[in-house]
Write a protein that binds this ligand. Structure first.
Ligand SMILES: [Ca+2]
Ligand SMILES: [Ca+2]
Ligand SMILES: [Ca+2]
Length: 205
């Protein structure tokens, strides 16, 4: 029984992200300071969220698709089909409920506030494939800041900091608002900031 629980709750496989994967991680908010899931309560656990987007032209069956974080525990399993262009928002509460239902340690998404890695996996009988992943840093995970692709679905990862502006000299934010379950949008991007340049700043400090 213990082995079965381990298989359900923990993942250790390592695999390359396939080129051209249509369903991608699109935006992540790790440190909520407001009621993002609209349940009337602000919760560091329940109000975290991960946005997933189908960038392709065909619907994708998400059976067997899961979310994991850097500690290699499964946090959520998708069900159903995601339409072409469709997006889904997975909140910490949804993750917590899934973990409880399946007897996993229940922490919610548990997105690290000092930075973390979010991974999107597809489990199939023959193989387990890492479909997409994103690693974000400490400053990306401050109150109500999200990190998301810009342009939506395809671009480099950018820091959306309109609700909690990065101080001068910090990791460059785009000055725009997080967009749960909506198109990642930035009307007046301050500057196109690539993830490579963001990492450069970290390593220079
Ligand atoms: Ca809430
Ligand atoms: Ca968090
Ligand atoms: Ca969004």
């Amino acid at each position: 029984m213990k082995g079965i629980t381990w298989m359900l709750c923990a993942c250790l496989a390592v695999s390359a992200v396939p080129a051209g994967a249509a369903v991608v991680l699109n935006e992540v908010l790790a440190d909520p300071a407001r009621d993002w899931n609209n349940d009337g309560t602000v919760s560091y656990r329940d109000d975290e969220w991960v946005e997933v987007l189908n960038t392709g032209t065909e619907a994708v069956d998400l059976t067997g698709w899961r979310i994991a974080t850097a500690d290699t525990s499964w946090r959520y399993e998708f069900t159903g089909t995601l339409a072409a262009g469709g997006r889904l928002l997975i909140t910490g509460k949804m993750s917590y409920d899934w973990e409880r239902t399946f007897g996993c340690p229940a922490y919610g998404l548990r997105l690290g506030n000092e930075g973390d890695t979010v991974m999107l996996w597809r489990l199939a009988p023959a193989d387990t494939t890492l479909m997409d992943s994103v690693t974000f840093g400490d400053e990306d995970a401050e109150d109500d800041r999200s990190t998301g692709r810009l342009p939506d679905g395809a671009g480099e990862w950018s820091l959306f900091d309109a609700l909690n502006h990065v101080a001068p000299g910090g990791v460059p934010g785009n000055g725009c608002t997080p967009t749960p379950e909506e198109v990642n949008f930035c009307e007046t991007p301050v500057e196109a900031v690539t993830w490579g340049r963001v990492k450069e700043r970290f390593t220079n400090e």
